[in-house]
Design a protein around this ligand. Structure first.
Ligand code: UP5
Ligand code: MG
Length: 213
């Protein structure tokens, strides 16, 4: 339905940095389709799907679910959506996640250079995958993230001090390099995630107001 996935925003940040809360506001204000990778995985656990127990064990340990599982869930949601403006929350968590997703459905034939060099015809196909237009990074100090997660009280199996410590380590070791990658590509918008929800949204709003999304 959405062949080009034309408006495609990724939302990153540590556990409890406020990704979900701000995504809600972006959806209300700018009409995006919110896809939270964590929510999709929790839904799989609840529906007793094929991998539910492996997903549950992985989330309890704060580790990362294999890319093929998460990518398939996100892809399914994107393919069945009427709304082509995607807000992908909490994904990719690792470089491997990023590459797995961006190589999905490679679109060949964007550009075909035909070079004729001494009777040799070389076709060079340029590939374009699913790269985001914009990446938001909710930058929040660890102690604030821990406080928010432990106060949440929604019964999440990973909202306890032991798992939070593991989630923070995984964030630092595996997710920060992905954030750094997007920064080098000039796609990253760093948001100071401390303050009230509205104060934080004041930094987010202009990013969307100033583009066609
Ligand atoms: N809150 C929000 N904003 C606030 C503010 N400005 N001031 C004070 N409080 C604020 O917010 C957290 C809490 O803080 C809430 O109670 C909120 O009211 C309050 P929220 O908006 O929920 O923060 P968020 O960043 O979304 O935190 P979340 O815990 O969801 O982040 P995680 O990244 O840890 O969780 P996620 O659901 O994305 O992933 C869970 C697990 O799934 C991962 O640990 C991993 O095991 C697995 N996973 C994968 O394996 N692969 C994936 O691709 C994705 C997930
Ligand atoms: Mg969340």
């Amino acid at each position: 339905k959405c062949p080009n996935f034309s408006a495609h925003v990724r939302v990153t940040g540590g556990p409890g940095s406020g990704k979900g809360t701000q995504c809600q506001k972006i959806v209300e204000t700018f009409g995006f389709k919110h896809l939270s990778a964590g929510e999709l995985l929790r839904r799989e656990i609840e529906s007793n799907s094929e991998y539910w127990s492996q997903i549950l064990d992985t989330i309890k340990e704060g580790r990362i679910v294999p890319s093929e599982v998460t990518v398939k869930l996100i892809q399914k949601e994107m393919e069945s959506s009427d709304n082509c403006k995607f807000l992908i929350d909490g994904f990719p968590r690792t470089e491997e996640n990023r590459i797995a997703f961006e190589q999905l459905d490679l679109v060949f034939c964007q550009m075909i250079f035909v070079l004729v060099v001494e009777h040799v015809i070389m076709l060079v196909l340029m590939q374009t995958g699913l790269e985001p237009n914009v990446v938001l990074f909710f930058d929040c100090p660890e102690e604030e993230m821990v406080k928010r997660v432990l106060n949440r009280n929604e019964g999440r199996v990973d909202d306890n001090i032991d798992t939070v410590k593991k989630r923070l380590k995984v964030f630092e070791n595996l997710n920060l390099p992905v954030i750094d990658y997007y920064s080098k590509r000039g796609k990253l918008h760093r948001i100071n995630a401390v303050g009230t929800e509205d104060e934080i949204f004041k930094q987010v709003r202009p990013i969307f107001s100033s583009c066609d999304y």
